[in-house]
Design a protein around this ligand. Structure first.
Ligand SMILES: [Zn+2]
Length: 897
């Protein structure tokens, strides 16, 4: 029977059943294969976002069980639309059902009796999002079929789902869905069918779009967080992916360890229960190969899933298997890792997959089973899910009325007001309740000004707030094998540390350079709940031609860029000075009002909320340049370059994406003053994609010709800025006299899986202007620079030791941040300065580190003169996924230096 006949039979049959059950069949509902021209999951076919959402809109126009809503723009300017599916009656009552959810989620003013009544009347909101990682193809394709199945199904389970669930079906990355689908469909049938896309599938972040949830830099994440934290308050959130641990066919909860400590145990139990229900559903559907309890933990809250756990929403992740896009593949058991070849069964892998053909359609079918299981669990336990939402919020609110941490105080006066304001507004977007103090107050002997921000832990999503504000103390998993190994007689483990799937520490105010204090005892002060905040208004005060403004405020760089754009002149004070009775440190920006006109300057100060003080300014300055900036864009699609471009866009740095072809063509110095290399390995920069793996346009890196051209660029006066990994490229290709002190160490000697460390900055060096002398750095696979040639090592002139001193340290006294060293190489004379160094003390601020003594006293940021130009090497990632706002200044200073 062909599709069309099948379809007509289906419609007739459905109408007949509906007729019998007393409902009238109003309209013909188009199945996806009729709309798309292929069945979702068909070999060699991927629908893009326009097709998928077009189908949703068609379905909504044909059925009263579905509406399509819009949650905002995407990064590339599409509209992010999503489906709401439920019974006709529920769809007609969406507003009042939404209100019930909100009341229960926020707890306040709802008695237990009322909560039970509301749980009875309400419907569980289940959120399923697909395609966040667009190259993982099956989730988004399955969504198309899922919408049709839930809208039209008349079996017992589907009716139960529609009656009890408000189902939100979301494409989490619309831009990526179209980019990937169009890329693949353009390659199908050619020898490049399997090629990876040479661009990021999310404009700025690519795969890292699943590490952004707690800070919400990306537009899509903002949209989703607003929808989950302010509008829908779902009972379950399910986020689909496609990287199963091979040869398993799908991974589902229970998750592996470690568990994030700020999860209410009821939430964890729900997650486990839903995972178990999924597992049962796979066995019922004869879909072998479902696995749990390995690979994916709940430690890091930047994921779309773990972010909402702190909002009292049980989140579910699955990772289906797939080969590549919509191309099928045959797997023989001989390709399995050795330990899977015996097909040994386990409690969390009771039905091993034996190999064979695997198609996109199989992955779609597994996803359909999983999604329907989630919806069914939600429907069956609808009352409990709704009531528990209230119950968990109540527990959190009551717990932190009586025990620390009671909350956090964020003083109004900050070094970087712009970033503080941004953090507060993101927290509000992310569902945290924030208050401002109505009066001056004291706490723990510290005085705070009226207007200071207060974040009590006693609030509905207090566990999320706690997760953002407290220091992470990553557990040594080897100590707790009884809790997580799950075998009779737990095994003792080797020396190697066990890492989390992602970062170990993230404490946001620390990364963002925002001052904050914990409330170790209750605080009583009159306060007002706020829905947004703004920096104090900027403007000009004093008089004269020269105006000074802060270097510590990140917004000042927007002002500098706008002044440059208007043709104005800015410089940096090279020493401390006084104006209007106030003393300013070295680094303060000074603008000449005449260079762009006082009215334009007023406009810029107001728009960027920058306070500029005029007066008799007499200080040695260094003029800043409106440099022509290039950012290397590799065809291996660097996420780090994507994030850097995000930061550039936010702070209004004009830049050019520089390709391999342009670098190979040369004459770089004629076109640019600064070239920025993102965190990328040397080999990848030079060799790029290998021949045969992708269309020839994207093969090869900058090649040795490009290396020569970059060297020429620096020799002719250009500045090469290298973020983390690309510093190795510079050391190697420019034959610099440095090495990475961590190279070759075993993980049991040194391990620091994404943590916040102390860092000393040389604040009188222009690259560190605006940074605190004792600051932080986000360290993940970072570099500790060491002078390479011991025999050539010059005598180090000691500078003042870090304030906390080396007292108590059992290390031999070592070099602090040295002043200046000279090294003569065969061909080039290298003079360099250390701009930042790891202090000689315990380094960990948040997360986890093993062997921190190996880092102490080593250099982290180098400023190297190379012939007429400069190399600036960062040993740690200065922007860390656009999260470490406090070290953005290093990058910015390197661009205007
Ligand atoms: Zn993924």
């Amino acid at each position: 029977m062909n599709n069309s006949n099948q379809f007509h039979t289906y419609v007739l049959l459905t109408c007949f059943i509906l007729f019998l059950s007393g409902t009238i069949c109003l309209a013909q509902v188009t199945p996806p294969e009729e709309f798309l021209g292929f069945k979702p999951g068909a070999d060699f076919h991927l629908a893009n976002y326009e097709q998928a959402i077009g189908y949703f809109e068609k379905l909504a126009s044909q059925s009263d069980r579905m509406v399509v809503l819009d949650m905002g723009p995407t990064s590339e300017g599409r509209r992010m639309k999503y489906a709401v599916i439920s019974s006709e009656e529920n769809i007609a009552n969406l507003d009042s059902l939404k209100e019930i959810n909100k009341k229960l989620s926020l707890y306040r003013g709802v008695s237990e009796e009322e909560a039970k009544k509301l749980a009875d009347e309400g419907k569980a909101v289940v959120w399923i999002d697909c395609g966040l990682h667009a190259s993982e193809a099956s989730p988004a394709q399955h969504a198309i079929q899922l919408a049709y199945d839930i809208v039209t199904g008349e079996d017992r389970s589907t009716r139960l789902i529609r009656d009890n669930i408000i189902f939100l079906l979301v494409f989490a990355n619309p831009d990526g869905l179209t980019l990937i689908s169009d890329w693949y469909m353009g390659n199908v049938g050619t020898k490049y069918e399997m090629s990876r896309m040479p661009e990021l599938y999310q404009k700025y972040a690519g795969h890292d779009n699943n590490r952004d949830s707690f800070i919400a830099n990306l537009q899509e994440i903002k949209n989703m967080n607003r929808a989950t934290s302010h509008e829908w308050f779902p009972e379950i959130l399910y986020n689909l992916h496609e990287t199963a641990p091979f040869p398993a066919r799908i991974w589902m909860p229970p998750e592996s360890e470690p568990m994030n400590p700020n999860l209410h145990p009821i939430i964890v139990r729900w997650k486990n229960l839903i995972g178990a229900a999924m597992g049962k559903a796979f066995e019922e559907a004869n879909q072998p190969g479902a696995i749990s309890r390995i690979n994916f933990d709940s430690w890091y809250p930047g994921y779309v899933t773990q972010f909402v756990d702190g909002h009292n929403i049980p989140s579910i992740l699955t990772e289906t298997a797939n080969f590549r896009y919509a191309t099928p593949n045959f797997y023989s058991i001989n390709e399995f890792p050795q330990r899977y070849r015996d097909l040994t069964k386990g409690v969390f892998y009771p039905n091993p997959w034996e190999g064979g053909w695997w198609r996109l359609g199989d992955a779609v079918a597994y996803n359909l089973t999983a999604s329907k299981a989630v919806l069914e669990v939600g429907a069956k336990y609808k009352y409990e899910f709704l009531f528990n939402k209230w119950r968990v919020a109540k527990d959190v609110i009551e717990q932190y009325q009586n025990e620390p941490p009671y909350g956090w105080i964020i003083p109004r006066n900050q070094k970087d007001e712009h970033t503080t304001t941004l953090m507060i507004n993101r927290f509000i977007l992310n569902g945290i309740e924030i208050y401002t103090a109505d009066e001056d107050f004291s706490h723990n002997g510290i005085d705070y000004a009226k207007g200071s921000y207060l974040i009590p832990t006693s609030q509905p999503f207090g566990l999320f707030a706690r997760n953002m504000m407290e220091k992470q103390d990553y557990p040594d998993l080897k100590k707790y094998s009884h809790l997580w190994q799950g075998i009779v007689g737990t095994a003792t483990l080797g020396k190697e540390p066990i890492r989390a799937y992602d970062g170990a520490g993230w404490t946001l105010p620390m990364q963002m350079g925002v001052d904050y204090y914990e409330m170790s005892k209750p605080l009583s002060v009159n306060k007002t709940l706020i829905t947004k905040t703004e920096s104090a208004s900027g403007g000009l005060s004093g008089s004269g031609t020269l105006y000074a403004f802060s270097h510590t405020n990140n917004a000042s760089f927007i002002a500098v860029n706008q002044i440059h754009k208007a043709g104005g002149k800015v410089s940096c004070a090279l020493e401390e000075f006084t104006v209007g009775g106030k003393t300013y440190p070295a680094g303060v920006f000074i603008v000449n009002a005449n260079s762009l006109g006082i009215n334009k300057l007023k406009e810029i100060a107001a728009q960027t909320q920058t306070k500029m003080v005029g007066g008799k300014i007499n200080v040695k300055t260094k003029p800043l340049r409106n440099n022509r900036i290039a950012l290397y864009k590799s065809w291996t699609a660097s996420m780090d370059a994507g994030w850097i471009s995000y930061v550039f866009d936010q702070y209004e740095f004009k830049f050019h994406f520089l390709t391999d072809a342009e670098i190979k063509a040369g004459s770089l110095r004629d076109r640019f003053d600064v070239i920025v290399l993102a965190d990328q390995r040397s080999r990848s920069i030079i060799n790029g994609n290998s021949k045969g793996t992708i269309h020839p346009d994207y093969v090869g890196g900058i090649t040795s010709d490009g290396v020569e051209n970059i060297k020429k660029f620096v020799k002719e006066g250009g500045v090469l800025v290298c973020n983390k990994g690309s510093s190795d490229f510079a050391i190697q290709e420019f034959r610099l006299p440095f090495k990475n002190a961590l190279t070759g160490l075993k993980s049991e000697e040194f391990s620091c899986p994404g943590s916040i460390l102390k860092m000393n900055y040389k604040t009188d060096h222009p690259l560190a202007f605006g940074l605190p002398a004792e600051g932080m750095a986000y360290f993940s696979r970072g570099i500790a620079f060491e002078y390479e040639d011991e025999t050539a090592k010059p005598k180090v002139k000691k500078t003042a030791p870090s304030k906390k001193g080396a007292a108590g340290s059992d290390d031999a006294p070592a070099e602090k941040i040295p002043e200046k060293k000279k090294y003569v190489q065969a061909k080039a004379k290298v003079t360099y300065k250390v701009v930042a160094g790891y202090p000689d003390e315990s380094l960990l601020l948040s997360g986890w580190i093993l062997g921190d003594k190996l880092l102490r006293t080593k250099s982290a940021v180098l400023d190297i003169d190379f012939e007429k130009g400069k190399l600036i090497l960062f040993g740690f990632n200065v922007h860390n996924r656009a999260q470490s706002y406090s070290t953005f200044k290093l990058l910015f200073n390197s661009l205007i230096y």
